[in-house]
Design a protein around this ligand. Structure first.
Ligand code: MET
Ligand SMILES: [Zn+2]
Length: 765
């Protein structure tokens, strides 16, 4: 029998049990025992689910109370001193590193005030890991034995598991040096960390683990020579240690071939690769195996929600079997299932036709097993027939195919994606029209989403208030936000986005071609989960989506009102995309739908329009090369399709956050004004990179993730610093991002100080 294997299962629980308990623990409502019990129950439930589904190789140590990379930092004692001096319990150290900790002193405990470690996107997913942070004083040593405990916990339930750990080379490479040790290159710590890895591996072996899965996902990145060489050092080190478990070295989310030389011939039991992302790599990776090594063939998508095409998956696995024999092949998910929602059967409201196309983590278990059975010669004809039927129904469905949309995409030309005049000519028109002062002030769009807003939205969703009542409520919110902005003297106003639950979902719900889940949560970081909408078919906009609110807001003031839209790339990136049509085509369809909206806003008298693209950076393909340059091309093209149908005097803004943006990546968008998250950037070289940005720019002046209120002096100092490299003529004054997660008190104070500072500079002009 060919074995089936799952690289990891979502830990959040079918009903977000982990979030609820973790947050209750943070707020002191449940004690640590209860938290640990919920964790234990979730693990047991997930292992049993997999075992009952017939999965042969089940992962353990895929569970985490916060993040699996952070767990390793705790395990290996990679804990900056600032977290160790308060005598916290290990789990509280974990949470303090993950999310910071502020606690008043009590009779028996000191006051605590530490910020969180840096959090970064996990490759090109929307999951964030906590960055390992090393310093010269880091002393690697085993601090607990979580992987062993969880292995034994499963064993006690009668379930044999394969523990999973992020591997040493990826762990170091994904980390960074701490402020006090900037000269330290994490990869240089390899020889120090290897013995500690060996120690935990030895303990796993002693507990009975025959095989471990070691993830080295960085193998799909462009790697410096030194890092490539580190694989040999690491895995030969393990091979020289007697008594360690066998190692399956796993990588995913891309093509391993450019780094194949770095792993070819390593003394490991086998490899796992992702053939959903990159089926083309199969021949070469097979050739690179030594005679006994096994190949774990990732054919069930761990990153998306579509039912697998079982026939295709079988064909890929058979190719491997023909080349190396069934006993050396494992059928697997492409990556951990962490990135997919837990269970489709929890969806009660999905249209039955569409629901039949989906497969969430629980359903994917059955898919892996069916493929393994099929290639082992078992009769799976029933399952296979059913699968073929859904695959062809989806392909032929009127929901997926809209000839009009397809024609419109085919008719996109350069003219449609280019503003009528170049920036300087547009700027001249805009100056005449808006007559803005120097250092114009604005915000990024949302204002505090108060409890009152959430209560009213809920009442409306539940039918407890009428559409009319809800509309009145939204209008009164808009009005008070407009009055506030006038009062403190902002120059370009916004309506505050009170009507939006989420910046993608709000538009997705109004677009044709989208579907929504009620419980399809996926972990984004810590206890924050998202529920991405799903692009199921060709996208179009049946009617205006945001015009009413913007027009109402503009009617209240003589100052320019900024219309607010979410850009095509961000809509695509923060949804589950289709897998039957390219990302480029989906993005262009979204671009066209937004073009209609932008044009309608202009027609209705809204002459400043911001199209947000916070996700543009995270969509960047992991490796340099053709795929990346294509992406940058179509991402910019989609944005320009959306925004180029307007007159010169209409001012197009865009906004970017959540990442270290390269200004070169956004020049081609040709937005008149861009705002960028910037307040935490203090590297002068990075600031310098923006000095050549051709159009106008607002480098975010305060952190909207924190309730802290910067003083006017602080704003002045920051503006002065940026002015060293950035000319006053192009300078906009704004926060880092929208204010929806903030309270009114700090919003009022921070914005007042920001406007004050802008006025001081204006007076000097
Ligand atoms: C994550 S970017 C958010 C932009 C949006 N306009 C807002 O202000 O909330
Ligand atoms: Zn933002």
């Amino acid at each position: 029998m060919v074995q089936s294997s799952v690289l990891g299962f979502p830990r959040i629980g079918a009903n977000r049990e982990l979030k609820k308990t973790t947050e209750a623990y943070w707020s002191g409502k449940v004690n640590v025992e209860e938290l640990l019990k919920v964790g234990k129950d979730l693990r047991a439930h997930n292992w049993k689910l997999q075992k009952d589904a017939g999965v042969d190789v089940i992962a353990s140590n895929d569970f985490s109370y916060y993040d699996q990379v952070l767990d390793l930092s705790l395990l290996f004692n990679v804990i900056p001193d600032r977290y160790t001096k308060f005598d916290l319990a290990p789990i509280d150290v974990l949470f303090a590193m993950g999310r910071g900790l502020q606690r008043k002193a009590t009779d028996s405990t000191p006051a605590v005030d530490v910020t969180a470690l840096e959090m970064v996107k996990w490759f090109d997913s929307n999951y964030h890991y906590v960055r390992p942070t090393f310093s010269h004083s880091t002393q690697f040593k085993l601090n607990g034995q979580k992987p062993v405990d969880e292995y034994l916990e499963a064993k006690a339930l009668g379930i044999e598991t394969r523990p999973v750990l992020v591997g040493p080379v990826s762990y170091l490479f994904l980390g960074k040096s701490d402020k006090d040790s900037l000269d330290l290159d994490p990869i240089s710590l390899l020889s120090k960390i290897l013995p500690v890895y060996a120690e935990i591996l030895a303990k796993l072996a002693a507990a009975g683990a025959k095989t471990v899965q070691i993830d080295e996902p960085i193998l799909v990145l462009d790697l410096p020579q030194k890092v490539q060489a580190a694989f040999k050092q690491a895995y030969e080190f393990f091979a020289q240690h007697a008594g360690l478990p066998e190692i399956i070295l796993a990588t995913y989310f891309g093509d391993v071939r450019p780094n194949l030389a770095a792993v070819e011939g390593l003394p490991v039991a086998g490899f796992h690769y992702d053939f959903v992302r990159c089926p083309e790599q199969i021949d070469e990776v097979i050739k690179a195996l030594t005679p006994k090594q096994v190949l774990s063939v990732g054919v069930i998508d761990g990153r998306n929600i579509w039912k697998a095409d079982i026939t295709k998956a079988i064909a890929v696995v058979k190719k491997a079997i023909t080349a190396i024999g069934a006993e050396r092949v494992i059928v697997a998910t492409s990556s951990s299932l962490l990135h997919t929602p837990v269970d489709l059967s929890n969806e009660k409201k999905l249209d039955a036709e569409i629901k039949d196309w989906f497969s969430f983590a629980t359903q994917k278990l059955a898919e892996v097993v069916v493929v393994a059975k099929a290639v082992s010669g078992a009769d799976v004809s029933g399952a296979l027939e059913a699968n073929k039927k859904s695959i062809s129904a989806r392909a032929a469905s009127a929901i997926t195919n809209d000839a009009k949309v397809q024609e419109r995409v085919a008719s996109i030309n350069e003219k449609m994606a280019t503003r009528a005049s170049a920036f300087n000519a547009r700027l001249a028109e805009q100056k005449k029209h808006f007559n803005l002062p120097a250092f114009p002030t604005t915000t990024i769009g949302s204002f505090p989403q108060t409890k009152d807003i959430r209560i009213n939205r809920n009442k409306f969703t539940k039918g407890e208030i009428t559409a009319e009542q809800y509309e009145k409520f939204i209008e009164s919110e808009i009005e008070s936000v407009v009055r506030f902005q006038e009062e403190i003297g902002l120059d370009v106003l916004v309506h505050g986005e009170p009507e939006r639950n989420d910046m993608v979902q709000y538009f997705g719900e109004q677009l044709k071609g989208y579907a929504f889940t009620s419980n399809g949560w996926v972990q984004s970081y810590g206890s924050r989960y998202v529920r991405p909408p799903i692009i199921v078919g060709d996208i179009s906009r049946p009617k205006a989506m945001s015009v009413k609110e913007s027009v109402y807001a503009q009617s209240l003031t003589s100052k320019p009102m900024k219309g607010m839209l979410t850009g095509p790339v961000t809509c695509l990136r923060w949804s589950f995309p289709r897998n039957d049509v390219s990302h480029k085509v989906q993005s262009l369809q979204l671009g066209l739908a937004l073009r209609d909206e932008v044009n309608d806003l202009e027609k209705a008298g809204v002459y400043v329009i911001q199209v947000d693209e916070p996700a543009i950076r995270e969509g960047l393909p992991l490796r340099a090369g053709a795929e990346r340059s294509d992406y940058l091309q179509w991402a910019a093209q989609s944005f320009r399709v959306a925004t180029s149908g307007v007159e010169d005097r209409t001012q197009i803004h865009s906004h970017f956050c959540y990442s270290d943006l390269d200004p070169n990546h956004i020049k081609a968008l040709d937005a008149d004004v861009v705002s960028i998250e910037f307040s935490k950037k203090d590297d002068p070289n990075y600031i310098q990179e923006f000095s050549e940005y051709p159009n106008h720019i607002g480098l975010g002046l305060f952190d909207i993730h924190s309730p802290r209120i910067p003083s006017t002096d602080e704003f002045v100092a920051r503006i002065q610093e940026i002015l060293k490299v950035y000319p006053a003529e192009k300078f906009w004054v704004n926060p880092d991002c929208g204010l929806k997660t903030r309270g009114w008190e700090e919003t009022r104070a921070s914005l007042t100080n920001m406007v004050e500072a802008a006025k001081l500079f204006r007076a000097q002009q």
